[in-house]
Design a protein around this ligand. Structure first.
Ligand code: FAD
Length: 474
């Protein structure tokens, strides 16, 4: 397999199309105060959590209904103007940047929970509902929605990036959990994909096509997802290890033995140090696994004993258990605050986040060599991972004004991706391609597969207006 070409993706290619005054006037006339051209609003919608910069979109439409979205897209289509759907803006790969200009459609005000079907374990929501809002809304039914990216992302955005999080090892990702969608197409038509039935063999799987399409094929205006019964018993644990390798080998064995662990997250010693400084946790500054077990009280006890035995074989010590929600929250604080603790550890820095994911048997090979490279680079970094899925994130902390540091970070990312691909993994387990991983996609999927994606894009979006310039070049 060829290695990706280094660094031509350091700066996004910016090629903004003019947004006609007539379109802005038509949007103002249709949406009134819900269409803003104020610079601050446009700037807020023209960036994400990546370190890329591009000029902002020409206007932001705050949609309040499917009809609003359809009308805005139809107008944009009439003027062949790009449309960038916006959830809450927490994506990490330059997804939201208006590299070809256009308008942003913010769906965060479409935030109603439309139907809770507790007896079928499904819920239908508008796309601006966030994951925490959804869990609040279904709490009284004894059910929960398990997918939990670190940010309180929108369900529309999570569908569009095929997101996952700490619970994916047990409950899957958005790929497994989205059952049906309502979508406004690039021409402004409203279509439905999938049903609330658990399975279906009816034609092409358009739901799976839209999930992960990063706003490039349409705007998601309704999402039906699976829910799960809240576990009868939950137990969380942290365990320190003498080395990252010991923590990783423990994880691999736990997964290979089929232990139904609900969460298993790696935090390296750098990150523990940063989190201790940020949240005053007093944790041992050693690599650590954070784990959670869900099930019946007896099942949880059995899983926990098995994992503790495996961890001990690899030198795991200082097991700390938590069964009450308060104790569990304290243990998970280290993981939840990791990103912000890391950013604060170097004032003014930006993080370049990696997102490789490999088959579980390859995890140690992929991760340990990358740790050696990151240590040798001298660049500060943090390392966390949904290691039960074979997915982990280095966050290289760089001075955004220092091109050399950026070059070093990109070089490390490049080497890591090449390694992951050689081990039959992927360049992105959950963040998506956006701008940052476009070249990696070609190496990973191959020219033929990316050409097929282009053919689909041309068929569904002939004017190339839906979030153009993302995932692959046309
Ligand atoms: C601290 C932190 C931790 C994170 N941890 C994780 C993690 O553990 N797992 C993970 O998967 N991600 C993680 N992320 C990344 C991010 O939260 C996810 O990518 C999330 O799914 C983005 O949702 P959003 O609502 O912010 O979407 P946005 O950032 O607003 O949009 C993301 C993309 O989806 C498109 N989009 C948004 N809404 C729609 C819609 N309704 N229809 C069509 N397209 C749409 C946009 O055009 C864009 O391309 C993390 C981010 C941060 C900052």
């Amino acid at each position: 397999m060829n290695a990706p070409t280094p660094h031509s993706h350091l700066v996004p290619e910016i090629n903004q199309r003019d947004v006609p005054e007539a379109l802005l006037a038509a949007l103002k006339s249709r949406f009134g105060a819900n269409c803003s051209t104020a610079l601050a609003v446009r700037e807020q919608h023209g960036r994400d959590e990546s370190s890329f910069v591009a000029p902002p979109p020409a206007a932001v439409v705050f949609a309040e209904s499917t009809q609003d979205v359809a009308d805005a897209v139809k107008l944009a289509s009439d003027f062949s103007t790009p449309v960038i759907p916006f959830g809450i803006g927490s994506s990490l790969e330059g997804h939201l940047l208006a590299v070809q200009g256009g308008i942003s459609i913010d769906v965060s005000r479409m935030n109603k929970v439309l139907a809770i079907n507790a007896e079928d374990l499904t819920v239908t929501v508008q796309p601006g509902v966030t994951r925490k809002q959804l869990n609040e809304a279904v709490k009284s039914t004894g059910l929960f929605f398990p997918i939990d990216p670190g940010a309180d992302a929108s369900i529309g955005g999570m569908s569009a990036t095929r997101a996952s999080g700490t619970n994916a090892v047990r409950y899957g990702t958005m790929r497994e959990n989205v059952l049906a969608l309502e979508v406004v197409t690039a021409s402004g038509e409203v279509i439905r994909t999938g049903t609330r039935a658990k399975k279906s063999s009816a034609g092409y799987d358009l739901t799976r096509l839209m999930v992960g399409s990063e706003g490039t094929l349409g705007v998601i205006t309704e999402v039906t997802v699976r829910l799960y019964p809240l576990p009868e018993a939950i137990s969380a644990a942290i365990c320190s290890f003498p080395s990252i390798e010991a923590a990783v080998r423990t994880t691999i064995q736990v997964i290979q033995l089929g232990v139904l662990i609900a969460r298993v997250e790696l935090i390296d010693h750098n990150t523990v140090r940063m989190v201790n400084a940020h949240s005053k946790l007093g944790l041992r500054e050693e690599p650590m696994l954070l784990m959670e077990f869900h099930g019946s009280p007896a099942g949880v006890k059995e899983q926990a004993e098995t994992v503790q035995e495996i961890a001990s074989e690899f030198g795991g010590t200082a097991f700390e258990w938590a069964t009450t929600p308060e104790e569990r929250t304290r243990l998970w604080t280290a993981r939840h605050n990791a990103y912000f603790a890391a950013i604060q550890s170097r004032p003014g820095c930006r993080a370049i986040s990696t997102d490789t994911c490999v088959p579980i048997s390859r995890l140690a090979d992929c991760l340990l060599d990358s740790v050696k490279e990151a240590d040798a680079s001298g660049l500060p970094y943090f390392l966390v991972g949904h290691v039960g899925d074979g997915n982990f994130h280095f966050g290289y902390l760089l001075d955004p004004n220092d091109p050399k540091e950026r070059e070093v970070a990109e070089q490390l990312n490049h080497q890591l991706v090449a390694r992951a691909l050689a081990l039959e993994g992927t360049c992105t387990g959950e963040h998506g391609v956006g701008l940052h991983k476009m070249e990696f996609l070609v190496t990973e999927a191959g020219v033929g597969a990316v050409d097929m994606m282009r053919t689909i894009k041309r068929a569904l979006d002939p004017k190339n207006i839906m979030n153009p310039g993302k995932i692959f070049a046309m």
